[in-house]
Write a new protein. Structure first.
Length: 209
């Protein structure tokens, strides 16, 4: 496999800091109660249906029907969703800026509800460097479905082997790797610049920026 020519970025917890717990620890004063709610009521499996394109109001209504005693907390997910964010991750912003300065094409591939995307873009000026972003709810597909990676390739005009895909999810990374993408699982923000240098996308001097 040759070197990648462009970068395909995940967004949540790679570029912007997102955690439902940030909101729900305000609602549930006891950590154990917060844990139980997020593991059994407003679960990531439930949320992913909105990422897949189910309107938030419909997904909320379905969950309230199952857990009527938690109606107020369930509604808070979308009524106060902006409280789940804590801005952008500085090291990622720096990497995006360095890639832009080097002329490397950059794109996004995110599991996200359509209505959230404009707000998320407002959290960092680095998003101005993205030539295009595939938002899952627009496509009715979520990672790690291979079909959404195919859409990303169509939109970028590049083959998997031309793209370095960066995501924090092991399942998403495994799926992309199986399809022929260069991949990196995002765990340590400080590792980004050395990673990009190692792939030949940045000069070694970029680490000093």
């Amino acid at each position: 496999m040759g070197a990648p020519r462009a970068v395909l970025w995940d967004v949540g917890n790679v570029i912007v800091d997102w955690s439902p717990r940030r909101l729900y620890q305000k609602i549930f004063k006891e950590p154990a109660a917060c844990d139980r709610f997020l593991s059994s009521v407003c679960t990531m499996g439930w949320h992913l249906e909105t990422d897949r394109g189910l309107p938030p109001e419909d997904n909320t209504r379905r969950l309230i029907a199952r857990f009527p005693d938690h109606e107020a907390a369930i509604r808070a997910w979308w009524d106060r969703w902006d409280e789940m964010f804590d801005g952008a991750i500085p090291q990622t912003e720096a990497a995006i800026e360095a890639l832009a300065e080097a002329g490397v094409p950059q794109f996004g591939l995110t599991n996200m509800w359509t209505g959230t995307w404009a707000f998320v873009q407002s959290l960092s000026p680095a998003f101005r460097h993205f030539q295009d972003t595939v938002v899952s709810a627009d496509e009715g597909l979520i990672k790690p479905d291979p079909r959404i990676y195919a859409i990303a390739c169509e939109r970028t005009g590049l083959a998997p082997q031309d793209l370095l895909f960066i995501d924090d999810s092991a399942a998403n990374i495994e799926a992309a790797s199986a399809l022929g993408f260069h991949v990196h699982r995002f765990e340590d923000p400080a590792a980004l610049i050395p990673l990009l240098v190692g792939h030949g996308l940045l000069e070694a001097s970029a680490g000093g920026r």
